[in-house]
Design a protein. Structure first.
Length: 572
């Protein structure tokens, strides 16, 4: 090969090498470009997806996770944040007869043996019923709410058919306290009886159940009320008791108790007997506690102007019926003496002068003709005398007979009588400052001021002396009404009530204490009337709850009754 051929071959090789390199570089560039385009497309798709999720209703991944972690039912607290009802994880005892397969025997041991071992762990189970369920092979709950240590003991029995599923249960940390306010949650998860039922939709709403619901109740006051009512009830062997503490300016219920109570953590046949709420659902003739309302209506209408005027205190014959006092109170009485000594005859005469129309309208304005105003579903219908009030009916209503209402009716009426004259509905919801309803005016402010004087005088000089807690300026009125029965009133059975408020120089709270059929015992000096059993409950309760509610004892302050004091018993 000559030199020219060699040179040509070398040149051609160099060209081919350069061309190959250029081709490889071009392919590499295209590959890098395509790879960049793919990454850009993926990034763009991700950005678009993020934008879509941010703008659509499907952006709930985090919310769904949070929702899944929330309990199925919201928490209820008192006004200070103390938990009253909350959900918590718990075990249940479930019988699964197919745990070992459809063809295998459900139990290794006999049904009787297994039932006997379960009763050792849970003594309140009925061994025969459990054995029958196991024998029948019916799947289902044997027990709800099982403690972890008891769950371990069940597992130690060694029966696979006894399963221990973990569930969310409703728990009431305060036990039976406030049971009639709270109610309970049944096996299906639905609220029953109390605020659990009222708030059912709110407590199960996924959007709102993370926020606790605060009630108006103060559990410190609730505990004190239940304790004093229980002491009073047991000391006189009463069938039951009821009580309420009500804010006179807002209508907020600070405490509400009906005894005997039930335990919402354990609903059984015994507990179901005590679910009836005596405060809001049972109506009573509340007797002489109505007398101040009658006097207030008469003052407001101008029928009573002169508090020194003497009224005939002798029995009144109206048709075949005679109105008389429980014992002779003298020939005549003025208004302060009428309330201090609790005269039926003079109160009836005042109502007679007032007239049925005005008396009836006052009772309507105080809400006595309708079911009590409160959120609870159990609210009793009053026994209302109807449209036409004859003379006798008007006179008997004046001292609390012939009309039957709930203790809550009475509490709201007393709040209106002493707060300046404005009636407001009661509520179990905590109100923020300024949220109290305006209510409706029933009495003039001047009438309310007079009634504060008169109620204070009853506690100082009259039947309410046993409620006169030193320093708290308590005022109130006793009521001891015979319960109606077949053929008339039963003289041996009473409903004893004390309706009170404190402090009377600047009323903050109404307190009602009621006992159903108290007996005369050594604790009540063998007396059955409210002065001896219901009034002491209030006298013991007020010093306990006053400081909790911001009312401290002050012996240097009181209601000015100097213009009325000379009218009673020679001005003592």
């Amino acid at each position: 090969m000559n030199a020219l051929s060699i040179s040509t071959a070398i040149s051609t090789g160099r060209v081919n090498l350069i061309t190959s390199r250029q081709r490889s570089l071009t392919v590499a560039r295209w590959r890098a470009l395509w790879l960049a385009l793919v990454f850009a497309a993926v990034a763009a798709a991700a950005l678009v997806r993020i934008g879509v999720l941010g703008l659509s209703d499907n952006a709930t991944t985090v919310a769904s996770l949070e929702e899944a972690l929330l309990p199925p039912r919201g928490e209820i607290t008192d006004r200070n944040g103390v938990p009253l009802a909350r959900a918590f994880p718990a075990y249940a005892l479930w019988y699964n007869p197919e745990a070992l397969g459809e063809d295998g025997a459900p139990l290794v041991k006999s049904a009787d043996e297994v039932a006997a071992e379960l009763v050792k762990i849970f003594p309140d189970l009925d061994q025969a019923e459990v054995a029958q369920q196991l024998t029948a092979g019916r799947p289902g709950y044997i027990r709800r709410r099982v403690l972890p240590e008891d769950a371990n003991r069940v597992q130690a029995i060694g029966e696979l058919a006894l399963e221990m599923p973990q569930e969310t249960d409703r728990y009431y940390p305060q036990g039976s306290m406030g049971a009639h306010v709270l109610g309970y949650v049944d096996a299906s998860g639905d609220g029953q009886v109390g605020m659990e039922r009222v708030l059912d939709e709110r407590l199960t709403d996924p959007a709102r159940r993370s926020q606790p619901v605060a009630l108006s109740i103060d559990m410190r006051v609730q505990g004190a009320l239940e304790d004093e009512l229980r002491r009073g009830m047991l000391s006189v062997n009463a069938l039951g008791a009821a009580g309420i503490v009500l804010d006179v300016d807002t209508g907020e219920v600070m405490a509400l108790a009906s005894l005997p109570e039930f335990n919402p953590n354990k609903i059984d046949v015994e507990g179901e007997k005590f679910m009836f709420n005596r405060v809001t659902n049972q109506v009573y003739e509340l007797g002489s506690t109505f007398k101040p309302l009658t006097v207030a209506a008469a003052i407001d209408a101008g029928v009573v102007r002169d508090f020194g005027r003497r009224y005939n205190a002798q029995p009144i014959a109206v048709g075949r019926f005679t109105i008389k006092d429980s014992h002779p109170l003298g020939a005549t009485l003025n208004v302060p003496e009428t309330l201090i000594h609790s005269s039926n005859t003079v109160t009836a005469r005042i109502a007679d002068e007032l007239g049925p129309a005005k008396m009836r309208q006052t009772m309507i304005d105080l809400g006595m003709s309708e079911r009590p105003y409160i959120e609870l579903p159990a609210r009793g219908h009053p026994i209302w005398p109807g449209e036409d009030w004859p003379r006798l009916r008007n006179m008997t209503v004046s001292y609390g007979h012939g009309i039957a209402v709930t203790p809550l009716h009475l509490a709201s009426a007393y709040a209106a009588m002493i707060n300046g004259g404005v009636w407001r509905p009661a509520t179990l919801r905590k109100l923020e400052p300024g949220d109290a309803p305006r209510g409706r005016r029933v009495f003039k402010a001047s009438t309310s001021a007079r009634m504060r004087q008169l109620l204070r005088m009853i506690a100082v000089y009259g039947t309410g002396r046993n409620a006169n807690a030193p320093g708290y300026r308590v005022g109130g009125k006793t009521g001891s009404a015979e319960k109606p029965g077949a053929g008339g009133y039963r003289r041996s059975t009473l409903v004893s009530t004390f309706a009170a408020a404190f402090p009377m120089d600047r009323p903050r709270y109404v307190v009602i204490a009621m006992l159903d059929e108290p007996k005369g015992t050594t604790a009540s000096s063998y007396q059955r009337t409210a002065a001896w059993n219901a009034a002491p409950i209030v006298g013991n309760l007020v010093p306990r709850i006053g400081p909790l509610l911001g009312v401290r004892p002050d012996d240097a302050r009181d209601v000015d009754i100097s213009d009325l004091r000379p009218l009673i018993g020679g001005g003592k």
